[in-house]
Design a protein around this ligand. Structure first.
Ligand code: NAD
Ligand code: MG
Length: 361
């Protein structure tokens, strides 16, 4: 088992990463559970079917446990699901000594985390991530839901009390979800850990290469990058923005395609990272040859350019509406070289030109 500690200004919490560690949850959580009155497991229908009863059975000798599920998918990060969950908290009689377990991917982590952040002005919660992407979402304390007018517009910072990452649950994860989550790992490597990046490039030639025992090592290293950034900038006033590498174009691609699953988050981020690297070259910020990077991402079947069915103007309009744009200015995280990111505000005309060129391949 691997372990890390996440430090924030007023709290620190452990992240445990191991195969079948759900069974050890009572030991790992130890005294944290001693004064807890009740547990509510929040999950989605897919994950609950696979692991809901198991987690319930494991916790039940310690405290009363109930489970509530929402349908799987981004659609559940909604006001309607949030209301349903808070109603369940009230009906189950949860109090400030109760604990919520978020069992699932990023959708459940964000939704259950936000419920925990706001129910009775905040109760503790434990993240139990079951997707690869959730290595990113389960650490750092950002929780929230979507509004019909935009993604993640409603939320709160609320750090979990612990993260239990049972990599055994990943065995049932579909391939496309592995690929989507792996893009965020690559992102962490690019922005802060060139040695990790080198190691990934040497060792991961296909997605099958990450589905090995090495996954726990990858997770630890990738979470360590996120942890370090969050420690420096818990509330996204500065360097936390670097985690947005690949996301300016990535979010625009997802938004323009209507979040209908045509492109996964990781694929959109991969195309966005390549574009940001090309942009870094074009603007004279970097001098490294990015073709090696492009070939590697291509070999993992990630898109390496913005699909040409969306006009550059449409993508730029989406970027301007992003909550990370300020006063309509579009910001990109660029790289001088791996491990040396910077935030750059770019002129719209130049961006149209570069994006159109990029789409021509
Ligand atoms: P997800 O939670 O929707 O999971 C993807 C799919 O995999 C779902 O259908 C789910 O039912 C299924 N699944 C989950 N675990 C499984 C398992 N072990 N076996 C089989 N199927 C399984 O999506 P995600 O990609 O994990 O997370 C995406 C969400 O995370 C987005 O809403 C995004 O905004 C959010 N996010 C948040 C942060 C943050 O810092 N809070 C960071 C990144 C992403
Ligand atoms: Mg992301």
């Amino acid at each position: 088992m691997k372990q890390l500690t996440i430090n924030t200004s007023n709290q620190s919490y452990p992240v445990y990463i191991g195969n079948n560690i759900l069974e050890e949850a009572p030991d790992l959580l130890g005294s944290f559970l001693d004064d807890k009155s009740k547990a509510l497991i929040i999950s989605d229908t897919n994950v609950s079917e696979l692991y809901g009863d198991k987690l319930k059975r494991i916790l039940e000798p310690i405290l009363p446990v109930s489970i509530i599920t929402v349908p799987n998918g981004e659609h559940s990060k909604s006001m309607a699901s949030y209301e349903k969950l808070l109603t369940a908290c009230i009906e189950q009689g949860l109090d400030r000594q109760s604990v919520i377990f978020a069992l699932g991917g990023g959708v459940i982590g964000d939704l259950a985390g936000f419920s925990a952040a706001t129910y009775m002005r905040g109760i503790p919660f434990v993240q139990v991530p079951t997707t690869l992407l959730a290595h990113d979402s389960s650490v750092g304390g950002k929780t929230g839901i979507n509004h019909p007018l935009g993604k993640n517009l409603i939320g709160a910072f609320h750090q979990p009390s612990a993260v239990l990452y049972d990599t055994g649950t990943l065995t049932t994860l579909p391939d496309e979800e592995w690929r989507s989550g792996f893009a965020e790992m690559i992102k962490h490597a690019y922005i802060q850990d060139p040695d990790f990046l080198h190691w990934l490039k040497e060792n991961v030639k296909t997605i099958a290469d990450i589905k090995t025992d090495k996954i726990r090592q990858f997770l630890k290293r990738s979470i360590a990058v996120k942890a370090e950034i969050v420690k420096e900038d818990e509330r996204e006033a500065g360097i936390r923005a670097f985690l947005n590498f690949g996301h300016t174009l990535g979010h625009a691609l997802e938004k323009t395609s209507g979040y209908d699953g045509q492109i996964t988050h990781g694929e959109a981020v991969a195309a966005g990272m390549v574009f940001a690297m090309r942009l870094s070259n074009e603007l004279g910020i970097s001098a490294w040859n990015v073709s090696e990077e492009i070939n590697w991402l291509k070999s993992l079947n990630y898109p390496v350019e913005a699909p040409s069915q969306y006009s550059a103007q449409k993508l730029i309009n989406a970027m301007k509406k992003d909550k990370k744009a300020s006063a309509g200015n579009i910001k990109f995280v660029l790289l001088k070289e791996p491990g040396r990111p910077l935030l750059y505000t770019i002129d719209e005309k130049l961006l149209i030109e570069l994006l159109t060129n990029d789409q021509r391949g």
